[in-house]
Every structure is written in C-alpha cells, then in structure tokens.
Design a protein around this ligand. Structure first.
Ligand code: ADP
Length: 492
C-alpha cells in the first residue's frame, strides 16, 4: 500500500466543460480524465460533472444510467430549466452528465460566446444543484477554466444557505486566454446573481462587461494553474491577459501544480495504434518501424535517415506557428521532414497546406483532428516541436517524451518546467530549448537537435532512452492536489 492511501479520504467534485474520452478539444479534456483517476488511486472519492453534449459518442451514452431530473430556477425573470443527470461509473470515478437539450444539443461543445455564455451560466449552477439533488456534499469543489468560473460565486451566494456551504472551492486556470467576458446585463439575466458580485473586484471588467473567470478567481478559496512557471508568468502584463493585477492581488492563494499524463492511455508498450510497440529495451529498433509506417501513412519519402519533426497542435497564434512559418522553408534541406497535425485558424491551415504543396514528400500537413494519427506521430517522429508563445503546461511534450521522441520547446510555462535542456558536457537533459520568442532562436534550437542527431547518434539515443524513462505520470502531481485538499479541509 502506498503511503498516500493511508492519508484521510477526501471527496471532490470536478466541474468542467470537457472530459476525455467523452469530449475533448485540448489539454483540459485530458486533465479532467487523468487527474480524477489518479486521485481515486490516492484515496479520494471523485465525481466529475460535465455537460451531456450531443457529440458524446453513442457507445458511452448507452452505458449511462438515469440518475434523476428536476427543474432549476436560473434567470432573473424566473425562467426555470430542466436538469437531467445521467451517470457513468468507470475506473473508480463517477461521471455525472448534466442533460439539457436546449443548451447541449449542438455538435461541438463550444460554438460562439453568444451561445456559450448562457450555456455555462446554466451549467455552473446546474452542477451545484445536481450535487444537492444527489445529496452528495463534497469536501472540495474543484472547478476548471472560465466555463466553471461562476461556480465559486454561486457557492458563496445563491447556495450559501445549503449544505454545500462547507465545501471549499478550487479554481484551476488551464489557459488564461479564455475568460468568458460578456456584457453585465446578459450575465445578470442568465444568473440572477446579486448586484454585489458585479463590482470591479469580482466580475466587472472595463466599463460594462462581466468576466466569469475573473469573478471565480476572486471567490475561489484557492487558485491553481498547471505549472509553477505559468503561475509566476500570469502575474505579469505580458502573460496576464488583462488579469495580471487581479492575480497579483490574489497571489496569496495562487499556486502552480504541473500536469502529468495518463500513462495507461499513452503507453508505447501497449498502444494498439502503433505499427510496433516498444519499451526501454526495444525503443531504438521499433521506433524505426513506426517511423517507416508514419512516412508511408503520410506520403513522406520513406527513409530512416531523415530527421522527422512532428507538430501536433491547435493552430492558433498561442502555439508559436508564426515562428514555424518563418523558418519552415529553411528547414527542408533534403534531410528533414515535418509531420503536422492540427486544426484551427484558417490562416495557419492555409500556410501549412501551402508548405505541403511546395515540399511534397518532405512536409505533410494533416488539417484534421485525429486521435489515432496523433499517437502514430508521437511514436514515429524523432523530435516534436512546441515553440509556443505561451504554454500553461502543455501535454504534447510530455506525451512525446513518453514515446521516446525528443521535444524542442520554447522555455515558457510548463514547457520550461518539464523539459530539461540537453547538456552536452554532462550528457544529461531531455530536449532542446530556446528562450526568446524569436524565429532565429527556434531555428538554432532545431539545428542543435539535428547536429546531435546526425553527428552523435549515440548521444541522441541516450536522450531517447532518458525521455522514455522519465516519469511524466500524474502520481506526483495528484499527491500535491491531494495535499492541497487536505490543507483546505484538515479537520478530520
Ligand atoms: P492545448 O490544451 O492548449 O490545446 P495541450 O498540449 O495541453 O494543448 O493539449 C493538447 C492535446 O490535444 C494533446 O493530447 C494532443 O495530442 C491533442 N491534440 C491537439 N491537436 C490534435 C489533433 N489535431 N488531433 C489529435 N489530437 C490533438
């Protein structure tokens, strides 16, 4: 038995807008799945509350059981709404899906702010109401990002006289760029929250807007974000997205806990999407087979001697793609291939399509979301590029290391905390890094990687093995969350 299993039991309700494998658009979905699972292994009772979007695959819907339904007051004119609860228990975690046709019947979780603001006002209140309905009063209510930003406010206002009053709230920032800002009258209408929370130190921002994340940060008992470096960065104007002063004000309750990945979901030894599985002993040989299969799948020239760089990303300016655009033609030197997988801004989608046309056989741009292909790129590439402008934690570099693929990253946020730079004197480190947001520095980092790859393969292979052996699991971080919960509710 691990020591953590002997620590007191705690109950936690996770509230957030996505959760793998039901619905995922990015890292939040991964965390909502992997962290509760890791906490369950550390003597925690965890319920995950997410919306029942129509896009959730039927295979999961079929396994859900009806847990009940009720009507809930929501709007300032007294309009009330249906709340259904569908439940699914899996791997020690209870998933409760909030069902409402009116809000969750679109194909995707996120549509536009006009639709999303009422949807997540409803969801934040419905999640708390569902806990009361189920008579499940957790020690901790752990909310995620702006979509659940109103939860700590509802908890201390409209739910202040309910049994939930004793629960402590934690709000985790996965990405400060998204804050849920809309005009005050609309949010007042959709929440019926009291006037005092629309003050400048809680929800109000600018002249007439309300910011759902900002309000949640003010009311949460603790704020966490997904790496220590990002927790420092967001207190500065460059990374603070307009909330740096607010975060400095609340710095006493802000801390960073780095994400891990689910090492069962991401395991090169058992991953059935790969051409060949591998472990520490077979990685060098079997990665070659995966590289070959990837080159065939993507229409790249099949040649084990090429340096294959993977890039798996939402295509937005956060991800450093402007730098990639600037240097990509210079990278393609006959020895280098690029495999991109991503969707997002049309501007980047077009530029990468253009590169594929220009460098057929050396560049493949898969403009799509494809979980299986992502696994094969992680396994078949030699290096993975993550040159982000900012990166709260970043999961792709962790997955890459788990698959023995060397990350090339900018030193920001979680990238800085998780990738130790290669040290040629001591033959240590996990990847190649650069600091300033500058195309020349990125180019230099990739060339440093290529130099080791082409001129000192033994050193390169050592790094591949080190990466594969690195602990990127949730275990250590889940323990930090557990300790935080114990700190917040120490009394028994
Ligand atoms: P973010 O949450 O900012 O998008 P992260 O690095 O935290 O970035 O998480 C990205 C997650 O989404 C990873 O699991 C990555 O493999 C996955 N991902 C991103 N784009 C795609 C895509 N086009 N197809 C499949 N998986 C993707």
């Amino acid at each position: 038995m691990r020591e953590t299993e002997t620590t007191p039991r705690r109950s936690i309700a996770f509230i957030g807008s996505e959760c793998y494998p039901f619905v995922k658009t990015g890292g939040l979905g991964d965390v909502m799945y992997a962290l509760p699972k890791a906490l369950a292994e550390q003597n925690c009772d965890v319920k995950v509350i997410v919306p029942l979007y129509r896009c959730i695959p039927q295979e999961y819907k079929e396994k859900m059981v009806y847990r009940g339904s009720f009507g809930m007051d929501l709007c300032s004119d007294g309009r009330s709404f249906h709340v259904g609860i569908m439940e699914y228990v899996w791997d020690g975690v209870v998933y409760d899906f909030i069902d409402n046709e009116e809000f969750f019947s679109a194909g995707n979780p996120y549509i536009s702010l006009v639709d999303d603001i009422p949807k997540y006002c409803y969801f934040s209140k419905a999640a708390l109401a569902a806990l009361l309905y189920m008579d499940w009063i957790p020690d901790i209510i752990h909310c995620h990002d702006w979509q659940a930003g109103l939860v700590p406010i509802f908890l201390r206002t409209l739910f202040a006289d309910t049994p939930l009053r004793d629960a402590k709230s934690v709000l985790t920032i996965h990405n400060l760029r998204f804050q849920g800002i809309y005009n005050i009258p609309t949010i007042k209408y959709w929440t019926n929250l009291p006037d005092e929370v629309f003050s400048i130190d809680v929800l109000k921002t600018g002249v007439e807007d309300a910011n759902m994340l900002k309000g949640g940060l003010a009311y949460a008992d603790v704020i966490t974000t997904v790496s220590e470096t990002y927790a420092e960065e967001i207190k500065t104007p460059f990374y603070g997205d307009g909330l740096d002063a607010h975060l400095r004000h609340h710095a006493y309750k802000l801390r960073g806990i780095v994400n891990g990945i689910d090492v069962v979901q991401w395991d090169p030894e058992t991953d059935n999407r790969l051409a060949e599985n591998y472990d520490e002993k077979t990685v060098l040989k079997n990665k070659k087979a995966n590289k070959k299969a990837l080159q065939e799948e993507l229409g790249l020239e099949v040649d084990d001697g090429k340096f294959v760089i993977g890039l798996i990303s939402r295509l937005t300016n956060q991800k450093g793609l402007d730098l990639v655009n600037m240097i990509l033609p210079g990278l393609i030197d006959g020895n280098t291939q690029v495999a991109l997988l991503g969707t997002g801004d049309g501007y980047y989608e077009d530029s990468f399509r253009g590169f594929e046309n220009e460098f057929k056989g050396s560049v493949c741009s898969c403009i799509m979301y494809d979980e299986g292909r992502a696994h094969r790129i992680y396994a078949g590439s030699d290096a993975l590029l993550v040159p982000s402008l900012f990166e709260p934690c970043g999961l792709t570099q962790l997955i890459a290391m788990r698959y023995g693929t060397v990350p090339i990253v900018r030193e920001t946020g979680g990238l800085k905390d998780t990738v130790e730079p290669y040290n040629e004197f001591e033959n240590t480190g996990n990847g190649f890094t650069f600091d300033g947001y500058d195309a020349g520095l990125l180019y230099d980092a990739i060339n440093r990687a290529k130099t080791v790859y082409f001129t000192d393969r033994e050193r390169w292979d050592d790094m591949v093995k080190r990466d594969l052996a690195k602990d990127v699991s949730w275990e250590a971080s889940a323990e930090k969350y557990k300790n935080l919960y114990l700190e917040l509710k120490p009394e028994y």
